[in-house]
Design a protein around this ligand. Sequence first.
Ligand SMILES: Cc1ncc(COP(=O)(O)O)c(C=O)c1O
Length: 500
Amino acid sequence: MQTCVKTHGDLRPASSSSLNPSPEALSRRGLGLPFDPGYDPDVLEQSVRTACTQLVNHMRDSLNGRGKVLVQESIDEIARQLDFDKTIAEGGADLGELVATLLRNSNRLHHPSYIGHQVAVPMAGAAVADLINGATNNSMPVYEMGPAASAIERKLIGWALSKIGWQAEGSGVMTHGGSMSNLTCLLGARAAALPDAWENGVPPNCAILVPESSHYSNSRAAAIMGLGTAGAITIPVDREYRVQPDELARVYDGAVRRGKRVLAVVANACGTATGTYDDLRAIGRFCKDRGVWLHVDGAHGGSVAISDKYRSLLDGIEHADSMTWDTHKMLATSALCGMALFRRRSRMLGTFSQQATYIFNSFEKPGEDISVNTLECTKSMLSLKLFFNLAIVGEKGLASLVETLYDRTRAFHRLIESRPGFSCLCPPDSNILCFRYGDDSAMQDRIRQRLVLEGDCYITRATIHGLSYLRLSVMNPYTEERHVHALCDRIEAMAGREAD
Ligand SMILES: Cc1ncc(COP(=O)(O)O)c(C=O)c1O
């Protein structure tokens, strides 16, 4: 059976080893099994080269702002371009062409006019890590299934704990994302408050307190944990979407008066819609006084822990019991790479109590089995993404990325406020900025819709206190003032056309 990959575009000549397969590769192919090419190392080499050349060109064009950020064809049109039915039925496709089609139809996060969702613009290290994960699949539920990735995870968790000051007693695990980390941490809170919940379930009066500004995964966790949606009691927030400690006390006391047992309070560092950080010190003191678990959702903003300039936004984190921290938001890893961090290791160990002798055991081993402490069993080699990024740019490089993005957003706030007709919700704490042109909510939504369909720039929207806002998440360090000016010009022109 012949290899199925043709060369594509300006591919460098393949190495002689790929053009002249080894006798071993030839003998394997000689078996004539229909899946042979899938295991052919030469196919891997040529495919990676083909994809790599295109990715490099794609990234270069994107970083230079060439072309649109986003082109959205219909499902059927994309399937047509991929020759979908034939491709999956017959195999033997030209992978170069498939990659070209995929890239043409992908949102280009490296483009400086990508100012959209809180998804990292990935660095090279993360991309290489994903390739290694794809090729070796060391899925690491137990140490022996992925010693390197497991060891790196343990060391990186130690690194993260040291950044937030929890290295003495803390522990944690990497998860597939922030939602998973929030659930893991809140399950830790449940186990701490109700050690028998695993066996007996949860009494009907249990609840957690969740700010109105929190990511939905926190209130969703309440329902998953058996508290029901009624078990996620909302803490109202102020105009800037920040929890006021007095309001927390009012909601907490009211809940207790109604016979509720509060298992945890959630605070944001920072909130999703507006990027506002809660006052962790005040909330932490309150939780300590009441003896209630404080979970900090730092999925987005926890990364300031590595920045000398912005570390103070996490002041008070020493009072928290757990924290979520995603690296696929601010530390330039591809999705997903979350961390569920616990200030006390003993609390983490109590989170899941299950017997599964085929996988969990106490035999002597050179490293720690990770899945004992996670919701997930099979897990990708998450740690490699962060490790390779650090290996290329170092901790200072990632800190400087966070600082650049936060600094830029402050500059964009000044820029937008200085333009007639534009106003911002509030000065940014982080790299998220909500703004409007004029005061018509429906118009903000129409403008956003049109911007995304045109695809020259990509931003999001949010509803804040019932009003629609346009929303920037400044994820790309190459987004400059001129890009934001161009965006504002476009918004003005669209609003002008509506008025005509
Ligand atoms: C504050 C916050 N927490 C949690 C999440 C969920 O993270 P993930 O998408 O990795 O599950 C998000 C996602 O944007 C977030 O902003």
